[in-house]
Design a protein around this ligand. Sequence first.
Ligand code: SAH
Ligand code: SF4
Length: 360
Amino acid sequence: MSENLLDFDVQRLTAWFASMGEKPFRARQILRWVHKVGEPDFAAMTDIAALLREKLQQQAYVAAPQVMRDEISADGTRKWLLDVGTGNAVETVFIPEAGRGTLCVSTQAGCALNCSFCSTGKQGFNRNLSVAEIIGQLWWANRQIGKDFDGKWPVTNVVMMGMGEPLLNFDNTVSALRLMLDDNAYGLSRRRVTLSTSGIVPAMDRLREECPVALAVSLHASNDSLRDVLVPINQKYPLRVLLAACQRYLERAPRDFVTFEYVMLEGVNDSVQQAHELVALVRDVPCKFNLIPFNPFPQTHYRRSKADVIARFRDVLMQADIVTTIRKTRGDDIAAACGQLAGQVQDKTKRTHRLLEIRT
Ligand code: SAH
Ligand code: SF4
């Protein structure tokens, strides 16, 4: 069987090399060629013995998902639609800013959690992405844009904020995270890799133990009755339980705060009273807030809060000494902004099923 080497983190690659009777340093060498250099062709790996190169050519390959569409926004944001087979496609977004480049990575084809304001959620769920499909997004984006004049890859920061709930594809997400952090692969610091979750509490505890990267939590509401509606997984892991998990996470986190994401929905969660309720709610959790102006998509009944309402909400948090930023909307002309990623998803779950899963 031929193996896609993008599927292997350093541990698995070492084990695979051992099974072929090869030494562990060979695995690190190959990892450097594939990820650091970005070379998919074994024949070009000049410091690898010819015999091993031949063996690799027979038993392995390096391939990211095929690109179906490549769009560039007026603000420089770039979005790729990647074919992951059987009628499914996921999206990856590159956001260039002065001095850094952020890649927004997808972890699932669709999402089963069905948050009421999220385009991905509305698509339903098909399947988890493999390690190759997750890390392949970074591998692909770097190679597409190319190294800068200092020989550095353009992606300096990764946010696991594309399609899907990363913590419901735990093992593959963690393998991909480990590659992002590995000095023989991308060598990103744990502060530059952020995972966003809607709050899968047991998996947050596992992540803290296995690969604590920077954490963002999608809060979106200041009390359980509203959050139950906006983020239905709240019915399983309510706010009190979620906030306790955030506190536990901070014991190992690379930053000393959690970033709470809060989508601004007009007339739903954007009142001054709700801002005060929020301040009281997060009192015991060192945190920053990132307010996300709602990004509309077809068939949604929600509207984006007005700019002055968002500013007023921010001011209440700031007055309580909570650092609060308003996320700049990027790439909305190509539907690449937060929550607009839809890709193509062949839904496999009936909505009623999904709700049952969440409740049990
Ligand atoms: N599933 C994870 C990560 C992907 S979504 C999560 O929910 O955290 C990344 C962020 O975009 C989340 O905070 C999500 O709630 C937010 N989001 C979803 N739909 C949105 C929309 N239409 N407008 C603005 N933000 C949205
Ligand atoms: Fe899934 Fe996140 Fe969208 Fe909710 S906001 S449906 S968890 S991708």
